[in-house]
Write a protein that binds this ligand. Structure first.
Ligand SMILES: Nc1ncnc2c1ncn2[C@@H]1O[C@H](COP(=O)(O)OP(=O)(O)OP(=O)(O)O)[C@@H](O)[C@H]1O
Length: 841
């Protein structure tokens, strides 16, 4: 922080900046103001690691960085619920656009926190699209923004990006038709011509850059060192896709660009030597342009060669003079290009609006980033430089108002604060010269309305009106120019074309021609151009008036926001990497009033609070119920050991220096953190206790469940084994029973069999006895019979009786044998049956 320098001189500031630059430290603070010295070499300090590093820190805690500014603005917006703006200023090539890109990147990254909603993508895509169409190589900067822009990133109260809005200021139209030596037209033409496919080349009738009048006027600058146009064209297409340009739209845009280039190739000649009427030298270009614009060729020819005017009830067609026709052609090309640029901004804004949340009416907060063209002083300066430098004057005034705050000194007195005035360059007089009636711009508008006016009459008017004004001078030699003493130095403006450029609107017959196009895209372009839309009879406001109006609107927006300033400084004129040119840097430090800025930041009280606000803001650091009174606040300061020079307590307000505010802010931050930690600790303890109780309860439940399960299992096991034992016992008993029965059965069987056998034997003996007796009886009978027969028939011999007795005996033995075997068989069967029955039992 340069405010901490022990010795405060221009040299000390320069040396400190140089020493830091040598260490590749390109960022330096003056309080909350950030100085950036363009290194012309990319340093590895913009990667995601740095995005994370600079998240939520107070300014000055870490090494100065552009991310820190974005971060502080973001958190201030969320904390204080107020819109913020970051004003980037510096001369051409000092690094404003680059810083804007870094800021926008960081602002979207802060919001995302891992959830890219899509609108961030559109915001990031919008940058390269606008750069391709609005940036060009100049002698001072290979990527110079030829328009100013104010990008407002809108956030929800939660801090997520909700949408964005881009306001553009004054595109340098003249560049389209003419560029100085070593300068180029807008990037997009070169991208298209290098990157288009063969098919696109044919359908857009593309030629080489050298073959277009609008690109080849010096024939010396078609490419830039280190540039890859084909790759740039691919990048552009990708960015256009991100912003939502469909392939058909992209085609229409490229076709229009080709039409503009071909239009520039149209050349005129006088029809005859005496006649004033004109003809087109190369009529073969007309069908190409008419095909690309989809307008009738005859209408195009008419619009390029004749003027239609209305006199009292009569429509006159007057041919253009040779010199006029070239201007008409260029004017048509410029109008088409600026309408295209307006349309692109319009469509980008439409995409950025993020329509899906429109109905939700929650509060919207915003951070605006202003990247406006830097102060310009070229060899020949014209209307564009006049407007650009005027815008820079107003921005410097805004800076002065915030940093030096004239009224603040009055406030110091009324509040009884001890104060020594610090001088600074007040540029209000210069602004008044240019914008307050009846001054430069109004005179210019007057002269534009006056048909007989010329550059000389305009200059004469300036001289008459501002005789004696120290902010305007006129060259000693009779030169059609005037010199303005700007805050950044004197700039000489040539008045040539001032009037024409100030009324450079789209001509009505060109509007009519383009509106007749069969291409809806070309017709819609006419709808975007505010001037083309105006009723023809009503005179459109001049370019300077429009520019003033948009600047006033910008200032209003800035006035309603809390500003942060980023001061870009060019390190060397040659765009060499890490080269520090003392005199160039010193010149910029001088005209931007850096020394005074450091001084006032060091000695002035840039921060003020009412007693109520102060107590409300810092109540966390104060004892409970500290009253919002002088004595209460003094007591607080006494106890917080702040250096007495860093603050003063007035009658109704507290005044602080930036360093002391930061110190208090750091203390506040630490205290809040401490309290957060205490709260977190308590809360975590409660949570942990709750968690513990839950765990303990859960453990008891689990234990109970486990034990009951275990006991049930044990019981079931015991019960099961008892059942098994019982079953076995029963089986054993059954088996024992069965064995007893078997034994019994066997015994009984045995016994019965014995008994039976004995009975059988007795019966058999009885039978044998019976049968023997019977047989003997029968034998005796038979013997008797035979005897009788023999007696009757002559004596029967003894020999015959013998065989009869044998026969009877053998018969008897056989019968006995048979009965015994029958007995045995039946006995066997019976015993078998018995034993089977026993087994069954
Ligand atoms: N922080 C940076 N780191 C590295 N290079 C840078 C940085 N800032 C700027 N540059 C380089 O300087 C060049 C010019 O920067 P830039 O276009 O941002 O300037 P500018 O102030 O916007 O100029 P103009 O007013 O003409 O648009 C860039 O193209 C880039 O090469």
């Amino acid at each position: 922080d340069l405010c901490a320098l022990p010795e405060l001189t221009e040299r000390a500031i320069l040396e400190s900046l140089r020493a830091r630059f040598r260490q590749e430290k390109i960022y330096t603070y003056i309080g909350s103001i950030l100085i950036v010295i363009n290194p012309f070499q990319f340093l590895p300090i913009y990667n995601p690691k740095y995005v994370k590093l600079y998240d939520n820190h107070t300014l000055g805690k870490l090494e100065p960085h552009i991310y820190a500014v974005a971060d502080v603005a973001y958190h201030a917006m969320l904390q204080r619920r107020r819109n913020q703006c970051i004003v980037i200023s510096g001369e051409s090539g000092s690094g404003k656009t680059q810083s804007t890109n870094f800021l926008i990147h960081h602002l979207t990254a802060l919001s995302q926190k891992g959830f890219a909603s899509g609108v961030e993508q559109i915001i990031l895509g919008a940058g390269p699209v606008l750069e391709a169409f609005g940036n060009a190589k100049t002698a001072h900067n290979n990527n110079s923004s030829r328009f100013g822009k104010f990008i407002q990133v809108n956030y929800q109260e939660s801090g997520t990006v909700r949408g964005a809005y881009v306001e553009k200021y004054l595109l340098e139209k003249s560049r389209l038709v003419y560029q100085e030596h070593n300068e180029r037209n807008y990037h997009v033409f070169y991208y298209l011509l290098a990157g288009a496919s063969e098919e696109e080349r044919n359908s857009f009738h593309l030629l080489k850059p050298e073959e277009y009048h609008y690109l080849n006027q010096f024939n010396d600058c078609f490419t830039v060192e280190g540039e890859d146009l084909k790759h740039d064209f691919e990048r552009l297409q990708l960015a256009m896709e991100m912003v939502g340009f469909l392939p058909t739209t992209r085609k229409q845009i490229f076709s229009l660009l080709s039409a503009i280039l071909h239009l520039g190739n149209i050349r005129y000649k006088k029809k005859t030597y005496r006649d004033d009427s004109i003809d087109i030298c190369n009529p073969e270009v007309l069908p190409i342009v008419s095909e690309l614009l989809e307008v009738k060729e005859e209408m195009l020819l008419d619009a390029l060669t004749t003027r239609k005017t209305m006199t009292v009830g009569e429509r006159l067609i007057v041919p253009y003079k040779l010199a006029e026709a070239g201007t008409v052609r260029d004017s048509m090309a410029k109008s088409l290009y600026s309408a295209l640029f307006d349309w692109i901004v319009f469509r980008t804004n439409h995409a950025l609006l993020n329509n899906k949340d429109l109905e939700d009416d929650s509060k919207i907060l915003s951070i605006g980033v202003l990247d406006i063209f830097g102060f310009e002083d070229y060899e020949s300066n014209s209307f564009e430089q006049f407007c650009i430098n005027f815008a820079n004057e107003r921005l410097q005034h805004y800076f002065n108002q915030h940093i030096f705050k004239l009224e603040q000194q009055e406030e110091y007195r009324s509040e009884g604060i001890t104060w020594h005035n610090i001088d600074y360059i007040d540029n209000s007089a210069c602004i008044n010269l240019i914008s307050k009636k009846p001054t430069a711009l109004t005179l210019l508008d007057e002269e534009c309305n006056f048909p007989q006016a010329s550059n000389q009459t305009l200059l004469d008017k300036f001289k008459r009106q501002h005789e004696g004004n120290s902010y305007i001078e006129f060259p000693a030699v009779m030169e059609p120019a005037f010199i303005i003493r700007h805050y950044a130095g004197k700039v000489k403006y040539g008045v040539k074309d001032f009037r024409e450029k100030n009324t450079d609107h789209m001509r009505p017959d060109i509007v009519a021609l383009l509106k007749s196009s069969k291409n809806a895209f070309i017709c819609s372009l006419m709808g975007i151009d505010p001037v083309a839309n105006l009723h023809k009879k009503k005179k459109p406001p001049s370019i300077s008036a429009q520019f003033q109006a948009s600047l006033n609107k910008l200032m209003e927006t800035l006035d309603q926001s809390e500003p942060y300033f980023v001061k870009c400084i060019r390190s060397n004129a040659e765009k060499l990497p890490l080269r520090f040119n003392d005199s160039l840097v010193l010149r910029q430090l001088r005209y931007t009033g850096m020394l005074e800025t450091v001084r006032i930041r060091q000695s002035g009280y840039s921060i003020k609070y009412t007693f109520q606000d102060f107590v409300r803001h810092f109540h966390v650091l104060m004892p409970h119920s500290t009253p919002p009174t002088k004595s209460g606040i003094r007591e607080f300061f006494r106890r917080s050991h702040l250096p007495p020079a860093g603050y003063q307590v007035g009658h109704t307000m507290v005044f602080l220096r930036e360093a002391e505010r930061q110190r208090l802010q750091t203390l506040l931050h630490q205290e809040v953190l401490r309290r957060i930690v205490t709260l977190q600790r308590r809360f975590r303890a409660v949570l942990e206790r709750k968690h513990f109780v839950n765990m303990r309860q859960a453990a008891c439940i689990i234990q109970a469940a486990w034990r009951s399960y275990r006991e049930r299992r044990r019981f079931r096991q015991r019960r099961d084994s008892a059942v098994v034992i019982q079953r076995r016992w029963r089986l054993f008993c059954q088996r024992r029973c069965a064995a007893a029965v078997t034994v019994q059965a066997a015994w009984r069987g045995f016994r019965e069999r014995g008994r039976y056998r004995r009975v059988c034997a007795s019966v058999t003996r009885l039978q044998a006895l019976g049968r023997g007796y019977m047989a003997r009886l029968r034998f005796a009978e038979m013997k008797e019979e035979r005897k009788r027969l023999n007696t009757e028939q002559n004596q029967p011999s003894e020999m015959d009786v013998g065989p009869m007795e044998d026969l009877l005996a053998s018969e008897q033995a056989e019968k006995e044998e048979q009965s015994r075997s029958a007995d045995e068989t039946s006995h066997k069967n019976r015993s078998k049956r018995e034993s089977r029955r026993m087994r069954e039992l």
